[in-house]
Design a protein around this ligand. Structure first.
Ligand code: ZN
Length: 345
């Protein structure tokens, strides 16, 4: 037995103690080194094979080693006691320069904001500019300018939240982003291409697919000659880039007062790839937007000559697009402030 043996035992013990995760580990290490039949005890037994002089020197060194191991075991025990229940990874017993730094926790953008920015970037690359308008609108822009006259039954389709206001300027929380079309057309000469991502409000009960406050993405293109074909091309490009794959979609006739002809846009259900599932009510299709060629009256009300100008417009549910992309099954999660939900994005 030499001093090298002691050095090996010491380094091995140090390593094991550093790696210990809990009290049971320490117990085991104690028995393995300092127990009655532990490695130190075995070394003491070997002392008898040494000469008197060597025995004295080695004996002293072994006692030092024993005390040292007891000391670092006790230190480690108190470190583990500070870490709750010993469940978490214990701190290394000394300062470790190689240890990676602790990352500060920083927030990130809400999934709807992330989606909005993505959508805006895609349309911007196709020449669309972003427009905005007030969330509290007046009756004219929300309805009349969009060819929804007073007392027309179509007006009942929008469950409006009215604001207390004088009879002459009836105010409301906008029920769609379409009033921005009328405001923009008044102020900007065509040709033009805009998108309007915005918050809208309906007086409606809330459930997994309905919120009284939700988000729309309005689009409008006005030029000398536009057609449903150019609309289809723009939407196909948008969907391909937003969902990251070529998706089938279809247009079917629909009715909106501000477009003629009007159609609804449905795309292949992402959940079942068109085979049919509860999400798409077994049809394989999901309605994602209302659209159509801008009604001549809407152009006229905004001071444009419908003989000279044509346009198409669409309205997506931008929160619905996010729900489909990320397979979110409850629209209420967006406003829930639930961190377990938000941290996934
Ligand atoms: Zn489906």
């Amino acid at each position: 037995m030499t001093e090298i043996d002691l050095k090996i035992v010491r380094e091995k013990a140090e390593k094991e103690i550093r790696a210990a995760q809990n009290r049971a580990d320490l117990e085991r290490i104690f028995h393995s080194y300092l127990g009655k039949r532990g490695q130190i005890a075995l070394l003491f037994k070997e002392l008898k094979d040494l000469s008197e002089e060597q025995r004295r020197g080695m004996g002293q060194k072994m006692n030092e080693l024993k005390k040292y191991l007891e000391k670092i075991l006790t230190q480690k025990k108190s470190i583990l006691a500070r870490v709750k229940g010993g469940a978490k990874k214990a701190e290394p017993s000394r300062f470790d320069l190689d240890r990676p730094g602790r990352k500060p926790e920083i927030g990130h953008l809400h999934p709807l904001t992330q989606t909005k920015r993505e959508i805006m970037a895609i349309f911007a690359s196709m020449g669309f500019v972003v427009a905005a308008g007030p969330e509290m609108e007046n009756e004219w822009y929300n309805f009349d300018a969009l060819n929804i006259p007073k007392d027309h039954p179509a007006r009942d389709a929008w469950s409006t939240i009215w604001i207390k206001s004088p009879e002459s300027t009836k105010l409301l929380l906008r029920t769609h982003t379409s009033p921005v079309q009328a405001r923009y057309l008044e102020a900007h000469p065509p040709p033009l291409r805009i998108i309007v991502p915005g918050k809208v409000f309906r007086y409606e009960a809330t459930d997994a697919s309905h919120e009284s406050q939700f988000y729309q993405l309005e689009g409008l293109m006005v030029d000398k000659k536009v057609s449903a074909a150019s609309f289809k091309a723009v939407i196909a490009e948008f969907m391909k880039r937003f969902f990251g794959k070529n998706l089938e979609f279809r247009l079917r006739p629909d009715f909106f007062p501000f477009t003629e002809p009007s159609f609804d846009v449905a795309m292949t259900c992402l959940t079942c790839s068109g085979r049919g599932c509860p999400v798409c009510k077994k049809t394989g299709w999901l309605e994602v937007a209302g659209a159509g060629l801008v009604h001549p009256n809407v152009l006229r009300f905004s001071g444009l000559n419908p003989e000279k100008w044509q346009g198409w417009a669409f309205g997506f549910g931008w929160d619905r697009l996010a729900m489909m992309k990320y397979k979110i099954d409850d629209i209420r999660l967006f406003n829930s402030g639930n961190l377990r939900f938000l941290e996934q994005f």
